[in-house]
Design a protein around this ligand. Structure first.
Ligand SMILES: CN(C)c1cccc(CNc2ccc(C(N)=O)cn2)c1
Length: 245
């Protein structure tokens, strides 16, 4: 899978995309990440990529010409079809479902807006999809782009061993069960005995119950979605009834 990132600050990506899993994935050729400095497509002496908003108001808006030229040039750099995504607080909220969908694509172009955003005419003509990583405003789309690359890349085959793809959390809407490892007692706190029992059926039941209980307490909204999606079994519903749901 190929990621193209269009940004005014390519240096911001050193670190998250050049270390650990994403670095190894690139070395192994599972993913390619290409960074593009939008300023490369400015044409004036001052390399102007943003300007004041028509109609007045604070902040700056990213200019259409350099951004459009950059998107078109980057798209043309590889024949694989890609989806061009703008990271913006106004976008569709990113979920694991969307991440799974994006991970099936051959290519993603991520546009990192800055300041107060980008000229609307670029959004209308060249942006295929707008995504937000959460309801908060950042100084730029770069961190949001890194989150998208991280979440999507980890689902690309061969990037992490399939066993450790903890797809269950959030794939059926339920939160994770609690995890423990050695020592069996730590500062006087013992690991739940069922986990040391070796009874795999009981362990599975205990884990499912914990996922339901934690989701009920922390994310009742996810529980409602799980019910609507029909992923709760009769046993789940019985247990949730006992918990007062
Ligand atoms: C309209 N506006 C302020 C704006 C428009 C486009 C880009 C930017 C750059 N900042 C971002 C980007 C993404 C996110 C997110 N939540 O994904 C938060 N902040 C801001």
């Amino acid at each position: 899978m190929r990621f193209d990132i269009l940004t005014l600050f390519p240096a911001m990506f050193q670190g998250p995309l050049t270390e650990s899993i994403l670095k190894r994935a690139q070395q192994a050729g599972r993913i390619e990440i290409h960074l593009h400095d939008i300023r490369q497509w400015t044409t004036d002496r001052h390399r102007t990529a943003d300007d004041t908003p028509y109609g007045g108001g604070a902040g700056m808006v990213m200019k259409a010409e350099p951004l459009a030229a950059a998107i078109r040039a980057v798209r043309a750099a590889d024949e694989r079809p890609g989806v061009t995504i703008l990271l913006t607080p106004d976008g569709e909220l990113l979920t694991q479902q969307i991440v799974r969908e994006l991970a099936t694509l051959p290519r993603l172009l991520l546009v990192c807006g800055h300041y107060e955003g980008i000229d609307e005419r670029v959004r209308e003509t060249l942006i295929d999809r707008e995504l937000s990583i959460g309801d908060y405003v950042l100084t730029g789309g770069e961190l949001a782009a890194m989150v998208v690359v991280d979440a999507v890349a980890r689902l690309v085959p061969g990037v992490i061993d399939s066993e450790s793809i903890v797809e269950e959390s959030h794939s059926d809407f339920l939160l994770e069960y609690p995890h423990y490892t050695r020592p069996a007692v730590w500062e006087g706190r013992a690991v739940p005995p069922v986990l040391l029992s070796g009874h795999h059926g009981e362990i599975a039941r205990w884990r499912r119950a914990e996922r339901l209980r934690r989701t009920l307490v922390r994310r009742p909204d996810l529980l409602a979605r799980a019910a609507a999606a029909g992923v709760l079994t009769k046993a789940d519903l019985a247990l949730l009834a006992e918990l007062g749901w």
